[in-house]
Design a protein around this ligand. Structure first.
Ligand code: DOR
Ligand code: ZN
Length: 345
């Protein structure tokens, strides 16, 4: 039976585009369907200053596919030396939409992130004053904390203290992976939480059972099934605190299928097909638009997009297994089941 679903054009509130040849290769995978995306600043070197964000935005715009209608929403990478005045100027000019906090050492290219949270208090207070959101990678890096517990411990040790110390700071818990994250988000105001496509599909068994599956390895790492179910319930609830941030994170196969493989799932290509499948399974197709197209703009204080896209359900759709880049192939996330929804208009 064919079925159509028309949504406001979606946005991706957490995206890695990288730079150079990789940027050029992966950008069309996002601009094909998405109108805007929050662009992560974890390049080497990171995008720390307003000037660096402006230059990175120009590099993205320079390789937009012909006819693409896409706005990159830039972010700054928070360091212990970040200058509050530079942040405020970048915000006032409309250049940046958020600042990203990586705990030092938590994930890909996070070495310049924050180790001592007291050192960024001044920047965070300024951000609260001017209404600039803080996006957080929510994992502690304490080697004594089990990797599967790092999100829950981050909420207690870092996130909640920051929020109490900085009233009014708008915060986004990026890529939540636990029931703890969902529960914390539901207990708060002025807080958003992005949920990735892949964390709605995989639990930790997918990574480890029957042989190690490097293309399912990401950070925060997928947790046990109960947490995945909590994420699905949150994403499909329609609650305005939850919105899509794919965290689509391209790494070449050589870097994924490696003795020390990189973290990241590349989902830009098939995200909307997968999400329609998930929302249909949950009996929530009528709430897909809230998750992909309405809740994010509301949190960021932006208008919803003018245009629409239409998803249709029909025969099985196939996507390329890999995207070719000058640096080597990038494997597209495999949800592990056939997809029948596709973007048709
Ligand atoms: O899986 C991930 N990949 N998680 C992150 O936090 C970073 C990202 C990347 O940049 O590759
Ligand atoms: Zn990310």
């Amino acid at each position: 039976m064919s079925q159509n679903l028309t949504l406001r054009r979606p946005d991706d509130w957490h995206l890695h585009l990288r730079d150079g040849a990789m940027l050029q290769a992966v950008l069309p995978e996002t601009t094909r369907h998405f109108a805007r995306a929050i662009i992560m600043p974890n390049l080497v070197p990171p995008v720390v200053t307003g000037a660096q964000a402006a230059a990175y935005r120009d590099r993205i715009l320079a390789v937009l596919p012909d006819g693409a209608d896409f706005t990159p929403l830039m972010t700054l990478y928070l360091t212990e030396d970040t200058d509050p005045d530079d942040v405020a100027a970048a915000h006032a000019s409309g250049l940046v939409s958020a600042v990203k906090l990586y705990p030092a050492g938590a994930t890909t290219n996070s070495a310049s992130g924050v180790a001592n949270f007291d050192k960024v208090r001044g920047v965070l207070e300024r951000m609260a004053q001017i209404g600039l959101p803080l996006c957080l990678h929510g994992e502690v890096t304490d080697p004594a904390i089990d990797i599967f517990d790092r999100e829950a411990v981050f909420i207690d040790r870092v996130l909640d203290p920051i929020r109490r110390a900085t009233p009014g700071l708008r915060t986004v818990m990026e890529h939540i992976t636990t029931r703890d994250g969902v529960d914390y988000a539901l207990s708060q105001e002025n807080l958003g939480a992005t949920i990735t496509t892949h964390h709605l599909i995989i639990n930790r068994n997918h990574i480890l059972v029957g042989g190690i599956k490097p293309h399912y390895y990401c950070l925060p790492v997928a947790k046990r099934e109960d947490h995945r179910l909590a994420l699905r319930a949150a994403a499909t609830s329609g609650d305005p605190r939850f919105f899509l941030g794919t965290d689509s994170a391209p790494h070449t196969d050589a870097l994924k299928e490696n003795a020390c493989g990189c973290a990241g799932c590349f989902t830009a290509t098939n995200t909307l097909s997968i999400l329609a499948h998930v929302f249909e399974e949950e009996g929530a197709l009528d709430r897909l638009e809230a998750f992909t197209s309405l809740n994010g703009p509301a949190f960021y204080g932006l208008p919803v997009n003018d245009g629409t896209i239409t998803l249709s359900r029909g025969d099985t759709v196939t996507y390329p297994e890999k995207i070719d880049t000058e640096d080597g192939p990038v494997t597209v996330f495999d949800p592990g089941f056939p997809l029948t929804w596709s973007v048709t208009a």
